[in-house]
Ligand binder design. Structure first.
Ligand code: SF4
Ligand code: SF4
Length: 463
């Protein structure tokens, strides 16, 4: 084992991906095999399969998952929530966030290393293509350093051509989740001139994926990912992290420290395989995405030198038996349960028909017969799927015959999640008390005469 300074010996004063001048050092992580990489590979392909296939699976005539942000409709396994209300969207997002916080507080950055699309696509596809075309990390570094010639143009051209194809596919699938894959396919078959907006959006998304997965890579995790930043706040000494056992490993081979030599042979393999280029022997770092590649790398080295595995392993900083429920994880779990309960409650209440009356600018007008007319805009909304035929009636028996409800059409046909109509109330001035009175409007099912919902309105006239 050489004791001369390796190119993988990192400067503690700067990021592993920057040189002395602050320029980016492009990483070429070494391929590695091991039990964790086998598991991750299976899991990555499972996730990629789901990602590619899910929008094409039809359940009850709808995509298995569709997030139609344009119409605020969310479809999952054949069920659609129409007109997702802001409160529901907030509760769903907050619940997801706290559920992620719970998982992070227990299992650390398991999302980053195992399920983040950034990690999955780069490690399962883009890095594999790169290695297939450009060879080992050493050959890749040599290609980087070489001048442009036919060989380099061919290799780089082929790699970026495949990257573009892949990014196009991933981007189209992504847009398919928003638009529905069949509609997207139909539109894609046509000329871009017919669907300029869609064409430009898809090309932009493709460009973003190409840039990120093909070139930007670990820089996104290190510099830009907001989730990466907040995760460290969600974790504590009980959370699982990928950690180096310094007690066992130090003093490492070649170290000037005196005493019995530790198990680390200072081979830098853990650094060479790291997708963010860090040296895990320097302790837990923000750049570590818990991808477990260094675990497998080090285990392979330990196997070779006939030492027990686990010099680098999943561990918690407290080194105690890993617990799922700690005070912190209990708080996150409880908050996410409260948010989930609130979500279910609001979801249930919002499946009922909702009436919102907005008064017109002119509070009232007089008819030729001397009656008073109040004009409103009525918004009817519901989360249910069925087509509704709604009659509007006044609930109070003593007022029912004295107030006329005038709508463009009775019954009101509600064929989508939300409808706005103009409603007039015509009544005699006898009903007024100090220039106003209240009445309850009921929305009733035209067929069964069941009351969907009711809303009180204030009707006004001259004082
Ligand atoms: S792979 Fe293991 S033995 Fe090699 S440098 Fe890293 S910690 Fe030390
Ligand atoms: S230190 Fe290990 S677990 Fe962390 S990113 Fe690097 S290789 Fe992955």
């Amino acid at each position: 084992m050489s004791t001369s300074k390796s190119i993988f010996e990192l400067d503690p004063e700067r990021l592993a991906t920057t040189d002395v001048d602050g320029n980016r050092v492009y990483l070429h992580p070494q391929e590695i095999n091991g039990k964790w990489q086998k598991r991750r590979s299976v899991f990555f392909w499972f996730l990629i399969g789901i990602y590619l296939v899910l929008p094409w699976i039809n359940i009850k005539g709808k995509p298995a998952l569709q997030i139609d942000i344009f119409h605020r409709e969310f479809t999952f396994l054949g069920e659609t929530l129409y007109g997702m209300e802001p409160v529901l969207m907030f509760l769903a997002a907050a619940c997801l966030l706290f559920m992620m916080a719970f998982i992070t507080s227990v299992y650390g950055r398991v999302w980053c290393g195992w399920a983040c699309p950034q990690t999955v696509f780069i490690q399962a596809l883009f890095l594999k293509i790169e290695t297939f075309i450009e060879g080992t990390p050493k050959q890749q570094r040599e290609l980087d350093a070489s001048s442009w010639n036919a060989h380099k143009i061919f290799k780089r051209g082929l790699k970026w051509f495949l990257f573009v194809l892949l990014s196009l596919h991933i981007a189209h699938t992504f847009i398919g989740y928003l638009l529905g894959p069949r509609e997207l396919l139909l539109k894609t078959m046509g000329s871009p001139l017919e669907n300029w907006g869609l064409f430009l959006t898809t090309m932009t998304v493709t460009g973003i994926f190409l840039f990120d997965f093909g070139w930007f890579r670990e820089q996104f995790c290190i510099i830009m990912c907001p989730y990466g930043r907040i995760q460290s706040v969600m974790m504590d000494e009980n959370s699982l992290v990928v950690a180096y056992d310094a007690k066992r490993g130090e003093p490492r081979f070649g170290s000037s420290e005196k005493g019995a030599q530790g198990d680390c042979v200072n081979c830098y393999l853990c650094v060479k395989v790291c997708p963010t280029g860090i040296d895990i022997r320097r302790g837990t770092q923000l750049e570590c995405i818990h991808c477990t590649r260094c675990i497998d790398a080090c285990d392979n080295v330990m196997d070779k030198i006939k030492k027990p595995r686990g010099l680098i392993k999943y561990n918690s900083e407290s080194k105690e038996q890993h617990k799922v429920f700690t005070p912190r994880s209990r708080i996150y779990f409880s908050i996410s349960l409260i948010l989930l309960t609130a979500f279910i409650y609001f979801l249930h209440s919002s499946t009922k028909l909702k009436l919102v009356f907005l008064r017109a600018k002119l509070p009232y007008s007089m008819t030729q017969e001397g009656k008073i007319m109040n004009q409103f805009q009525l918004k009817l909304s519901h989360q249910g799927r069925e087509h509704l035929s709604v009659d509007l009636k006044i609930q109070e028996p003593e007022l029912a015959n004295k107030i006329e409800i005038i709508t463009p059409k009775q019954p009101v046909e509600l064929d989508k999640a939300e409808k706005k109509i103009v409603v007039f109330f015509r009544f005699h001035s006898d009903l007024l008390n100090a220039g106003k009175f209240k009445a309850t409007v009921q929305a009733i099912d035209h067929k069964s005469q069941l009351v969907f919902s009711e809303k009180e309105v204030t009707l006004v006239g001259p004082n």
